[in-house]
Every structure is written in C-alpha cells, then in structure tokens.
Design a protein around this ligand. Structure first.
Ligand code: UD1
Ligand code: MG
Length: 452
C-alpha cells in the first residue's frame, strides 16, 4: 500500500535501563544474536522512513554507530523527564517536518513492520483520529498504563498505573507505548503536557486527553502481547528471546524443515535453512549460517558463520565455526571442529578432528584424530589437502603444508613437508621388533619378585 505522507520514526531509548544491571546499553542486548535496537531499526527500514531519530541519554556513545548504520540520527535527552519530554526533545531536529510520526521504544524490539504500517494507515482512515495508540491485553497487566475506552471504541482516558484508581487498574487494555501522530499535532499537543502527576514526569499519553479536549478523538489498535513485550530485566530479555525462538521454529517447520524437538533448537536472527533438512535435538545456530536442502544436522551440534551445502551430514556433536564451508554430501562427524575451512564435495571428517584454515578436496577422507596445526603462537598458516587424499588417523599436519591429490598419509604421522600427488607419506618412528623379548623380560622380573 502506498502512503500519501512520509513518516519519521522516533525511537525512545534514553532510559537508564537500571534493572538490566549492565554496562552494556539496554537496547544493545541481543535477541537471537542481534541487538534489540537493530531488530527494531530493521523493521522500520523496510517501511522507508523519511527520518529515523533515536533519543538517547547516558551510554549513547555505545549506540550511535548502530543508529548511523541505519542512516538514523541521535537526539540527546540529557535528563529523563518522561516519555513526553523525550519526544519533545526531537522538536528541533524535526522542525519543519510535516509528515507522520511513529513513536517506538528501543526496548520493545519485536514490533513488526506490518503493525507499524497498520498504525500509519489507521491514522489516515476516514475518521482521521488525532492519535493511534497500540494496545495489548497481556495475561498479567502489571504496571502498564491503562486505556479506558468509550462506547464508540475511541479512547476516553489514558492513565498511568501509579495514577490509576482501582477500577482503572482493573481494566486489562494496556498501553504498549507505541503511537502514530501527525507531526504538526504532536508538537502542538506536547507543548501543553505538564508533569503534575504521581511520577512528576511529562507523560506522552497525555496528548490523547489534550486532543480530546479539542474535540478530536484518538483510537486504539490492538497487537498481540508478545509483539509489544518490553525488556526491562534479564528475565524479560529471556522471555522475549523465547518468544522470538518459538515463532522462528514454527516458521522453519512451515518452510519445510523437520525439527524433531523444536523447543531445543536455537536459531540466530539470520539463519537460513533449506527444505527437507532435518535438525535433531539440541542444535544451536550462531549468526551467519546458511544450510542447504536435505541436510542432516544431528544432535548437539553448534554452528555459526558456516555454509553447509545440500545433503551434507553434520554431527552429532559437531562444531562449525566462522568460515566453515561444507560441500555437498560432505560429512562432519562427532567431535569435529571446523574453522575457516572448505570441505569439498563428498569429503569426510568423521571423528575427533580439528580443521582450521584448510582446504580439503572432493572425496578426501580425514582420519580420526587428524589435527591441522595452523598456529605457531603468532600467525596462522594454511593446509591444503588434495581431492581424494587419505589422511591416516591421529596425524598432525603442520601448516603451511600441502597434501597432493590422491596422496596418503600414514596414521600417526607428523607431516611437516608437502606430500606429492599420489604419494604415501609416513612420518613417525619406525617400528622395531625384538623376538622373544617380552617373554624373557617377564621371566626375569618374576624371579626377582620371588627373591625379594
Ligand atoms: C510507559 C508508558 C505506559 C506504558 C509503558 C509500556 C508513559 C508515561 N507511560 O511507561 O503507559 O504502559 O510505557 O511499556 O509513557 N524514555 C526516554 N526518556 C524518558 C523516559 C523514557 O527515552 O525520559 C524511554 C525509555 O528508554 C523506554 C521508553 O521511553 O524505552 C518507555 O519508558 P519507561 O520509563 O519504561 O516507561 P514506563 O514507565 O514503562
Ligand atoms: Mg517500561
């Protein structure tokens, strides 16, 4: 739907976030591996805002780079005198702006772009409300501000919990804090908001009553409680994370991915998974993972920054770290760690192995306990293993080193020099044999023991 007016998003994030008990700014705490504020800015971006303004107070230097990455601006609210005051502080930055304004909260990260669009569209519906407020009916309304509606569904009153009567507190329609207002209305109304209330703060919701006093109605649109859930503490952070994961799991399954035990699989914000992939219990995805179609990811695997091609098999108990590129039908088995390594089509590293800074050709077989020794304490070095090569168990490949195509390395080797194509390299102590030695040794020792 094309909107007739442009809009500015104002994201309030100047609060102290004291209940997080953190040195990290509250809005930078991650959900699914992505800062809360980044989720919100990402949703705003999809609607093409004319302006994005984030209101920040203390700790703003932590947040500024992220705002910049989204082409947003920072407005500083030195003293947190309330939500109304915070929005008023954007007045200078928005001087002359004549579009709509969306008010969002930095600590309410899961609001979807569709809901933001719904807010703007409702503002321009035929009845032309002054303010659109997003409300929800949470199971436990806690200390949320309450919204009292009249018979026609328009807002009769908005009241903060602290200021509310027992009857008002009994109402379960809660203010999420999100609003849509025309810029020209917003600043005219805000100029009249006072702080004569229980908290001594300038309340943003007061603009609704001020508009009503001019005979202009305001309306509510409802959202699901999870979508407008705020994060004030670590416990709430975990709840929002859980909700995000719940929805992501459903989406994965809807997209054709099998999750045997959905509740035990943890996705990152950008995990991509092809259809007919099967994910066993207790799998964790860190950021930047792409999984192809028909892949099998077995139990207890940890995967981040990795690309896995179609029909590969990962785990159980595998660890794929950033830069792992697993080819089609390749296998990474139990207790195998792969970092910055390309594993060719059909190559196998089935047991107890570390592959770092390596390239493994198609169809190569990496024996149990193989280690690429890629680090000398100062620099990292590459290992190249040719197509069809066979690395015997318990070998150490001391990088930089190249193993030619179809070459073999004897088990237990410490390989420090390149191995030619099709050659066998054995680099270990040669086996010696002394016939009868063990029997003689036992006999001598048994005698000694008897005599002692
Ligand atoms: C606010 C609403 C309440 C609503 C609740 C939803 C008001 C007066 N109350 O209450 O009706 O139910 O949110 O979560 O609006 N902030 C600033 N500067 C300030 C104060 C706040 O930037 O001076 C920011 C905070 O960082 C936060 C947001 O505004 O992102 C909300 O502030 P908060 O103090 O949490 O408001 P509540 O008391 O929860
Ligand atoms: Mg709050």
């Amino acid at each position: 739907m094309t909107r007739s007016r442009e809009f500015a998003a104002i994201i309030l994030a100047a609060g102290q976030g004291t209940r997080m008990k953190s040195d990290k700014h509250k809005v930078l705490h991650p959900i699914a591996g992505r800062p809360m504020l980044d989720h919100l800015l990402g949703s705003v971006d999809t609607l093409g805002p004319a302006r994005t303004i984030v209101v920040l107070g203390s700790g703003r230097e932590q947040v500024e780079p992220l705002v910049g990455m989204h082409g947003g601006e920072v407005v500083v609210q030195e003293q947190q005198l309330g939500t109304g005051h915070a929005v008023r502080e954007t007045g200078a930055a928005l001087a002359g702006f004549t579009g709509d304004i969306l008010i969002l909260y930095g600590d309410t990260p899961l609001v979807e772009a569709a809901t933001m669009a719904r807010m703007l569209d409702r503002l321009h519906a035929d009845d032309q409300p002054a303010v659109v407020v997003v409300a929800s009916r949470p199971e436990n309304p806690l200390q949320y501000g309450r919204i009292i509606t009249g018979d026609d569904g328009t807002i009769a009153k908005m009241v903060e919990y602290k200021d509310a009567s027992p009857e008002e507190r009994a109402v379960n329609l809660c203010n999420s804090g999100l609003m849509a207002v025309r810029a020209e209305d917003m600043f005219a109304l805000l100029a009249r908001v006072g702080n004569d209330n229980a908290a001594g703060e300038y309340y943003l919701p007061d603009i609704v009553m001020l508009a009503a006093s001019e005979g202009r109605k305001s309306v509510v649109i409802e959202a699901e409680p999870w979508e407008v859930a705020g994060v004030n503490s670590r416990a709430e952070l975990a709840q929002v994370e859980a909700e995000w994961q719940r929805r992501r799991r459903l989406k994965a399954m809807a997209d054709g991915v099998t999750l045997i035990a959905p509740d035990t699989v943890w996705f990152a914000h950008d995990t991509k998974i092809g259809r007919d992939t099967v994910i066993e219990p207790n799998v964790v995805f860190g950021p930047r993972v792409t999984i192809g179609e028909g892949v099998s990811i077995r139990a207890f695997s940890h995967i981040e920054g990795a690309d896995v091609s179609a029909r590969a098999e990962i785990g159980p108990y595998a660890r794929l770290r950033p830069g792992a590129e697993i080819g089609e039908k390749a296998k990474v088995g139990n207790f195998v760690e792969v970092k910055k390594t390309k594993l060719g089509k059909g190559a196998k590293a089935n047991h107890l192995t570390y592959l770092g800074d390596a390239e493994v050709g198609e169809g190569a077989n990496i024996g149990a306990g193989t280690i690429t020794c890629n680090y000398d304490g100062f620099f990292k070095y590459p290992t190249r293993i040719g197509a069809g090569a066979f690395i015997g168990s318990n070998s150490a490949l001391v990088a930089p080193v190249t193993i030619g195509d179809n070459a073999m390395v004897g088990a237990g080797s410490v390989v420090t020099r390149d191995v030619g194509e099709g050659a066998l390299a054995v680099a270990r102590g040669e086996q010696a044999e002394r016939p009868g030695w063990a029997a003689r040794f036992r006999a001598t020792m048994a005698e000694k023991k008897k005599a002692s």
